[in-house]
Design a protein around this ligand. Structure first.
Ligand SMILES: Cc1cc2nc3c(=O)[nH]c(=O)nc-3n(C[C@H](O)[C@H](O)[C@H](O)COP(=O)(O)O)c2cc1C
Length: 414
């Protein structure tokens, strides 16, 4: 099927999405104008920057970002210490109402947060619902600034607090309720279950990961440095994708509600991985800040091409397809033994990185003889480190049926 014919239309609980891509709550959804522009570009939905009651003062510091980049300014990780929306509730209610009318086929989710008192969350939830929000996302997961004020991740780290808040808001509104989870817990499942058992219709994961981005070694100022001082912030971007994928797959395996995958999604491949790990749809924040909302064009085209190439009829057929392959460590140990083999000898530059890695990584199975890499199969433990450090892709892992120790003793390895 040509990719252009493949519809990315999908469902998120009772909501219909033109494609699985939503803007996450954050700077890309800081204003109604940005949300409109994103919808025009092709995003299926957006979660507003977190709206707070007008009684809550929001004073951002500057600078409030710090980044970890590769040599070409490609983003690896991003820290922020930004607070919630600085725009007031009347601004948001009028924008939500207007955008709902202008874009009837898009999904607009209101992210909300209030000080600890559930009654304030209930009021705000009722207000954004009346304005026309299609769903409400409870931000119980912001890890910086807000916990000091008794809200955000300080709620999301405690199943009992998540349960009582979710129950309270559930009583106040009828639109779908999403609880956005913090990865800053040892085990996500007690919190996720508490939310679902108390009336959450969906879960969104993850919010940013608590972090300290770095220390400037000349000034010894922690980063981002606000007049010489800093605070713990929220980590996002590509570096957090493995954490998000793990949490989303845990939710999808254990709980009967749709999961919105968030964290480090920069391209269609990242999104496809989240969907294969069980996400019903995905949200993107940092990649839009770094590369612009226009990335949606490549995301839509790439996902559509991929689904067509894999003969999937739509997003739903990909959803959760990797889940049955995630299990216990014990279940893995009896399978196949992977051994390092030389796949493309002509590419080897004799740099010796594999030799060093194998030696100091514990096995001493690789040496250079006449500037050629030689792998001692009897010493190879199949860890795969050499294939990762090789800059030329010379070493590849090959699977052999059976366990490594048996194969070594039978002399079956090449
Ligand atoms: C600068 C910045 C501001 C954010 N503000 C909010 C917010 O107001 N409410 C919220 O729920 N999440 C907020 N987030 C978290 C994102 O929605 C998202 O959960 C997180 O960044 C991980 O996704 P990403 O890697 O695509 O950025 C913010 C993230 C960033 C980087």
């Amino acid at each position: 099927m040509p990719a252009s014919d493949l519809s990315l239309k999908t469902t998120l609980g009772p909501l219909t999405l033109n494609n699985p891509f939503l803007l996450a709550s954050g700077p890309p959804t800081a204003s109604g104008e940005q949300i409109r522009r994103a919808f025009r570009l092709g995003w299926a939905g957006a979660v507003t920057k977190t709206i707070v009651p007008d009684t809550m003062e929001i004073l951002d510091v500057s600078p409030r970002f710090s980044s970890w980049k590769d040599e070409k300014a490609g983003l690896l990780g991003f820290e922020n210490i930004e607070l919630a929306s600085k725009r007031d509730v009347p601004y948001w209610t009028s924008e939500i109402a207007a955008i709902r009318k202008e874009f009837p086929d898009r999904v607009l989710i209101a992210s909300i947060m209030a000080p600890g008192d559930p009654a304030e969350w209930q009021d705000l939830a009722g207000t954004v619902q009346d304005a026309g929000a299609d769903a409400i996302e409870l931000n119980v997961s912001c890890p910086h600034g807000m916990p000091e004020r008794g809200t955000g991740a300080v709620i999301g780290q405690h199943p009992d607090l998540v349960a009582s808040l979710t129950r309270a808001v559930r009583k106040a509104v009828t639109v779908p309720l999403i609880v956005k989870l913090t990865p800053g817990v040892t085990d996500i499942l007690p919190v996720a279950k508490a939310a679902v058992d108390s009336g959450a219709d969906m879960l969104a994961a993850i919010n940013t990961v608590p972090c300290l981005m770095g220390i400037d070694l000349e000034t010894l100022e922690p980063l981002p440095s606000v007049a010489g001082h800093s605070t713990y912030g929220g980590y996002s971007g590509p570096a957090v994708k493995p954490i998000g994928l793990r949490i989303v797959s845990q939710i999808a395996r254990e709980l009967p509600v749709p999961a919105l995958g968030i964290g480090g999604i920069s391209c269609w491949e990242d999104a496809a991985e989240y969907i294969a790990a069980g996400a019903s749809a995905v949200q993107v924040c940092t990649a839009v800040m770094w590369n612009g909302a226009g990335i949606i064009r490549d995301m839509n085209a790439g996902l559509s091409d991929y689904l067509a190439r894999k003969h999937f009829a739509g997003v739903g057929e990909l959803r959760g397809r990797a889940l049955s392959r995630i299990g216990t460590h014990a279940a893995l140990s009896a399978g196949v033994f992977s051994a390092a083999t030389i796949g493309s000898p002509e590419r080897c530059t004799s740099c010796g990185r594999c030799v060093v890695a194998c030696r100091d990584g514990g096995y001493h199975a690789i040496s250079l003889a006449d500037r050629k890499v030689v792998i001692d199969a009897a010493r190879c433990d199949g860890c795969s480190l050499c294939s990762m450090v090789c800059p030329e892709g010379v070493i590849v892992m090959r699977g052999f049926p059976g366990r490594g120790s048996e194969l070594h003793s039978q002399g079956t390895l090449p």
